[in-house]
Design a binder for this molecule. Structure first.
Ligand SMILES: [Ca+2]
Ligand SMILES: [Ca+2]
Length: 340
């Protein structure tokens, strides 16, 4: 998703800054949910089971569908919100990748205006344009970060219950460490997203509905009819939950998983609790040489004419050092960990 010339720069910088994440405070003990003692607060218990991961009837990246088994686990009921991420930053002083400048020592040949902190921001195309270049709707924007998702003139005031965005994989992994939780594997995420429904395309059933999740109606990226009530991000829980009680598991914002990306599921090494390929095996033919993670669920930018990935089986690759205005996350934990 990020421009190929830009990604290596940010990637190198992220690795240098990795030590920040390792200096975080130890996680606080998890408190059990009063409604579901097997899981921490704000999490839902997902029973173990076998399901058909992937799809043979959609994008090639979803093939081949195969049965896998996952153990029981707990998963956040909602996408992690601005309020929750703010608490993490308040307690740890964590600085996200998008907030870090690129130093002259690290990038001596980089022009000054490209060394300032920033991130990628979605920009709608001119509705009168006949066509636009692939991914041209992503604009590198100085000053864009989780507190200013669309640049310095934007903010998150009054948006405590909106999902946090502009967070890289490094950022969400740091949050998970602080919270004492984990990023879901792709298999865990997809199993939970199905909500107990197998052999259907959507987390709510067989047919697409513009009322079931925050997606894009109209012709992407030219115009959005707002038929579902939201042109952009919606507060978490604005749409009905799936069969497991999970809100916005498809749509609203994409969600990071711990799996490295490769095309299809053939590189999954086993059928029980699969974890995907290794970092060295990660491969996206659109940007070879850049290891990427799997993101799931689609977002408010996914439309029937482009990126119809508001389905549990759908998947996309994302440079691990890059957040955008439409990627967030939720976390998981093992129910047995609560006994400690
Ligand atoms: Ca929408
Ligand atoms: Ca989502």
């Amino acid at each position: 998703m990020i421009s190929s010339w830009l990604s290596p720069l940010i990637r190198q910088f992220s690795l240098i800054c990795l030590t920040l994440a390792l200096c975080l405070s130890l996680p606080a003990p998890l408190k059990a949910s009063p409604l579901n003692p097997s899981c921490p607060e704000n999490m839902v218990f997902i029973p173990s089971g076998t399901f058909n991961i992937g799809s043979d009837s959609h994008y090639p990246s979803e093939r081949s569908a195969e049965d896998v088994t996952v153990d029981s686990f707990c998963i956040n009921q909602y996408e992690i919100t601005n309020s929750e991420f703010a608490q993490f930053v308040k307690e740890t002083g964590y600085i996200t990748v998008a907030e870090r400048p690129l130093s002259k020592e690290q990038f001596p040949n980089l022009p000054d205006d490209q060394r300032n902190p920033g991130s990628l921001v979605f920009q709608m195309a001119d509705k009168n344009a006949q066509q636009v270049g692939y991914l041209s709707w992503w604009k590198w924007t100085l000053g864009a970060d989780w507190q200013h998702p669309f640049g310095p003139k934007s903010d998150i005031k009054g948006k405590d219950k909106y999902p946090v965005v502009q967070v890289s994989y490094e950022d969400v992994a740091a949050y998970a460490q602080w919270a004492g939780l984990s990023l879901p594997t792709e298999a865990q995420w997809e199993y939970a997203a199905r909500g107990g429904l197998d052999d259907v395309d959507y987390s709510w059933g067989k047919q697409y509905s513009e009322k079931k999740a925050n997606t894009w109606q109209g012709i992407f990226p030219f115009f959005n009819t707002k038929a579902d009530g939201y042109v952009g991000v919606a507060p978490v829980g604005s749409f009905a939950p799936n069969g497991y009680g999970l809100y916005d598991i498809t749509g609203n914002v994409w969600e990071w998983t711990s799996d490295w990306y490769s095309v299809g599921h053939d590189r999954k090494t086993h059928s029980s609790n699969p974890t995907g390929p290794s970092e060295q095996e990660s491969f996206d033919p659109r940007e070879p040489g850049i290891a990427k993670h799997v993101i799931k669920g689609g977002s408010y930018l996914c439309a029937p004419n482009y990126c119809s990935r508001y389905r549990p089986a759908a998947r996309e690759s994302q440079s691990s050092d890059t957040g955008t205005t439409h990627i967030g996350f939720r976390l998981v934990t093992n129910p047995l960990s609560l006994s400690s």
